[in-house]
Design a protein around this ligand. Structure first.
Ligand code: HEC
Ligand code: HEC
Length: 315
């Protein structure tokens, strides 16, 4: 008896099934990913695979954690990404980065255009870290994007997750009092970690104002945004122990202090409609409580240009 023809026959049948026909019946076995917010949990460092992809994810994570050590020419302030995006960008109370990979490209009213995630990352380099934009396409930018994709796994494109889209809005917008904030800065122990001069301690405690803090163009320079961060996360030893009023007073005090300029900020919100607490003048709105400004060492590096048009724009 010669068996090979039979084997050959099976060899033919299998690909046929895979291409259609009866195999359709079994297609339902493939697990469709159904995203349910309550059941979803971000991946953490321990879940990073031990392969080339894992090496890129890990490098991205470490760039977020040790930004000034890793990129001294770009991150010149006493701030790292995780100074604000706490718990490796996973903390829902601190502008979480989970899902950002699924939220971009997106229209940003502040830029008046649709931007890609790499540009959003550079907005934080140039504004929140008061540093310089890193080259899009560099190993480092790619590693940061790889980490952001890793902590966005299984989140479908375009999904809005509650509390995973920037800082949580404060329920009431209160008026902050600078003099009260100055007293609270000592009474509520902020001074112990962030220092009487607001400069923090390099590598241990981030700066709240001065040359090595966030720039005027950062979201944190806005009264309500900083009040939200402070109320949800500070003092680090007792988050949510302040009253909302105290958080607004502290925010008003901190944001009245000198901080780095953000070149090109006058072009923000080109269509108008800037939020009320933006501390610099924009189309149709005066500056809200502008702080004294410190010049930037490298004004060109501090700007993220809108994506240029390189095709035909005449029709
Ligand atoms: C001074 C605080 C601060 C620092 C430092 C900071 N960020 Fe941000 N970042 C924010 C805030 C606040 C937002 C959200 C804006 C809002 O809620 O209005 C944000 C938003 C983002 C977003 C968009 C998230 C989304 O899904 O919309 C990304 C991506 C991001 N930051 C990446 C980074 C990276 C990478 C670094 C380090 C290079 C960094 N950030 C450093 C404060 C900061
Ligand atoms: C025990 C030390 C400690 C105390 C006390 C403390 N912080 Fe912080 N704060 C930190 C650390 C550390 C970070 C960075 C987050 C991280 O690394 O996890 C931070 C981050 C911040 C940030 C965002 C990053 C930046 O530099 O802009 C603000 C704003 C802030 N703190 C304000 C306050 C205020 C206001 C108080 C008082 C109510 C306070 N902190 C009390 C340790 C402290």
């Amino acid at each position: 008896m010669r068996r090979p023809p039979l084997v050959a026959l099976f060899g033919l049948v299998v690909p046929l099934i895979a291409c259609g026909g009866p195999a359709k019946e079994t297609a339902g076995d493939a697990k469709a990913v159904v995203f349910t917010e309550a059941a979803w949990a971000p991946k953490r460092e321990a879940d990073i695979p031990a392969d080339s992809m894992g090496a890129s994810i890990k490098r991205g994570l470490y760039l977020l954690r040790y930004t000034p050590d890793s990129l001294p020419a770009y991150a010149t302030a006493n701030l790292k990404c995780t100074s604000c995006h706490q718990d490796d960008g996973l903390d829902p109370n601190a502008a979480p980065l989970t899902g950002s990979h699924a939220r971009f490209p997106k229209y940003m009213a502040r830029s008046g255009t649709v931007i890609a995630l790499a540009d959003r990352v550079n907005y934080c380099f140039t504004r929140s870290l008061a540093g310089n934009a890193i080259p899009v396409g560099s190993r480092e930018m790619t590693d940061i994007l790889t980490y952001l994709a890793f902590i966005s796994y299984d989140i479908p494109v375009g999904t809005k997750i509650a509390g995973h889209d920037g800082l949580i809005a404060m329920k009431d917008t209160l008026v902050g009092d600078i003099a009260r904030g100055e007293k609270l800065y000592v009474e509520k122990t902020c001074v112990a970690c962030h220092g009487a001069d607001g400069a923090g301690i390099d590598g241990a405690f981030p700066a709240l104002w001065g040359a090595k803090s966030y720039s005027i163009g950062a979201s944190m320079a806005r009264l309500e945004r900083a009040a939200s961060f402070i109320w949800h996360n500070m003092p680090q030893t007792a988050p949510k122990s302040l009253t909302p009023q105290e958080a607004f007073d502290l925010s008003a005090y901190i944001n009245s202090k000198p901080r780095p300029d953000s070149p090109g900020k006058e072009l923000d919100w080109p269509m108008g409609g800037a939020p009320k607490d933006v501390p610099y003048k924009t189309a149709g709105r005066e500056a809200f409580n502008p702080p004294p400004l410190l010049p930037r060492a490298n004004p060109t590096g501090a700007v993220v240009p809108n994506p240029p048009v390189i095709g035909r724009s005449d029709r």
